[in-house]
Design a protein around this ligand. Structure first.
Ligand code: ZN
Ligand code: FE
Length: 258
């Protein structure tokens, strides 16, 4: 039996969300990552000729789980979502958390708890396929706002992603890259790779092109939230001897009022 690659179809919806269809040609299994916009998802499915079999939720916010019940009712799909938010996400059939895995056809996702943005947020890492869906935990050059978690929790959550291979493709849920880039430049002005990335994303956004996916390697070099150990950033923040969590917390605090 041949193994078809995991196909990822990405499309923008709502104001600044990205939504993703995943498809395994061999079995026909098709998942959507979160349900921000039912008509947009239906149109994307139709354009591909795919039948929805699964919803994979990252967290309970309306722009991630708001379309769950309508899609489930229309397609009979199975809803997979975070154990820790199973009472806040409509229609969950399979609740998953840290250490669990989920098979979409012949493709396996490892599930990681990444509390911080919400208390039960999870991400899906298809390790063999080299792709991960990180919801509102990590953005290009940014990270999710801490609505339900502490900086300590979020830093621990982000650390789980940093050990994945550098070429892992990271698909996040929003196009926030340009505003994140402007903040990143204020925190890490001496970073030449960041400056180059900013030029690239300015060009992409001027042409209304997506800046996503990013990669683990690129984020490690350019995302200030992943660089609390950087001497230049520590100097700028006047926190030369603080621990990484404290530096991360200060960067997050500054971003909130940027
Ligand atoms: Zn959210
Ligand atoms: Fe969101």
């Amino acid at each position: 039996m041949s193994n078809s690659p995991l196909e990822v179809h990405m499309f923008p919806c709502l104001e600044d969300n990205y939504c993703y269809l995943l498809h395994d040609e061999d079995t026909g299994a098709t998942a959507v990552i979160d349900t921000p916009d039912v008509p947009a998802i239906e149109q994307a499915l139709k354009s591909r000729g795919w039948q929805l079999t699964h919803i994979l939720n990252t967290h309970h916010h309306w722009d991630h789980a708001g379309g769950n019940l309508e899609l489930k009712q229309k397609t009979g799909c199975t809803i997979v979502g975070p154990k820790a938010e199973k009472d806040r996400i409509p229609g969950i059939d399979i609740a998953v958390g840290d250490g669990d895995s989920f098979d979409l056809g012949q493709h396996t996702a490892q599930v990681f708890d990444t509390p911080g943005h919400t208390s039960g947020h999870i991400v899906y890492h298809f390790e063999k396929d080299g792709v991960a869906f990180v919801g509102d935990t990590l953005f290009s050059m940014g990270c999710g706002r801490l609505f339900e978690g502490t900086p300590e929790q979020m830093w621990h959550s982000l650390s789980k992603l940093l050990v994945w291979p550098d070429n892992t493709l990271l698909y996040c849920a929003h196009e926030y890259t340009l505003s994140n880039a402007r903040f990143a430049a204020s925190i890490d002005p001496g970073n030449t790779q960041l400056a180059a990335r900013i030029e690239e994303v300015e060009r992409l956004r001027a042409n209304r092109q997506a800046t996503i996916p990013t990669t683990v390697g690129l984020e490690k070099k350019t995302n200030p939230f992943l660089r609390p150990d950087d001497p230049g950033i520590r100097k700028l923040l006047a926190m030369p001897d603080a621990n990484d969590t404290a530096v991360f917390a200060e960067i997050r605090r500054r971003k909130d009022s940027f």
